[in-house]
Design a protein around this ligand. Structure first.
Ligand SMILES: [Zn+2]
Length: 195
């Protein structure tokens, strides 16, 4: 069968075995949010021309005459997330505005908030490496599933509707709250440099 030399714009640019057009879909807004900040910046206003191959996870910009791969986005639940040499993922930290129900009532707090796997998490504490100064989240409380709002034009991104016990952020399991300890960072860190 003769095939055109022209790039097949409707196929996955990695030429994976699922490259067929039927597996190529515009990137969903929830998927876009999971890309690194640099990848999102590279996409800029061209969000309408970003596609993802739902077979291999390749995310690419569809240009007029070629597809430009940006990286790979793994599955929502199991995958460790975004992989890209060109646009690596640095952990982005947002803030959640909240009140404690058992501490300093009436005073708002801004709590660090990260995206991990399929959820937003409040960071109760950080570990700091003495060698590198790098911070790693330690205790987490799941924000997704609680009543909160995403806000615009503020220094914080989220607003928790109800006050939360400080004890939960300190790691104490309680009621509806999902408390977790951040998994071994090596498992979710980007690929090690081979240079
Ligand atoms: Zn593919």
């Amino acid at each position: 069968m003769a095939s055109s030399i022209r790039p097949r714009l409707h196929e996955c640019p990695t030429k994976c075995s699922g490259r067929d057009q039927s597996r190529q879909a515009p990137l969903h807004v929830n998927e876009f949010a999971r890309l690194s900040a640099s990848a999102r910046a590279a996409i800029g206003d061209a969000t309408h021309s970003v596609y993802r191959c739902n077979y291999c996870g390749c995310v690419y910009l569809r240009l007029s005459d070629s597809n430009n791969p940006l990286g790979h986005l793994d599955g929502d639940i199991d995958g460790p997330g975004w992989h890209s040499k060109q646009y690596p993922c640095l952990m982005e930290v947002f803030k959640t505005y909240l009140f404690f129900s058992d501490h300093d009532q009436g005073s708002p707090y801004l709590i660090d908030t990260i995206w991990h796997r399929d959820s937003w998490w409040l960071v109760g504490s950080w570990l700091q490496s003495n060698a590198t100064g790098e911070r790693t989240p330690e205790r987490l409380v799941r924000l997704s599933g609680l009543a909160y709002q995403e806000v615009q034009g503020q220094s914080y991104r989220f607003l928790l509707n109800n006050s939360i016990p400080k004890a939960v952020l300190d790691g104490k399991e309680q009621g509806e709250y999902v408390v977790a300890v951040y998994p071994v960072l090596a498992q979710i860190r980007g690929p090690k440099s081979t240079h």
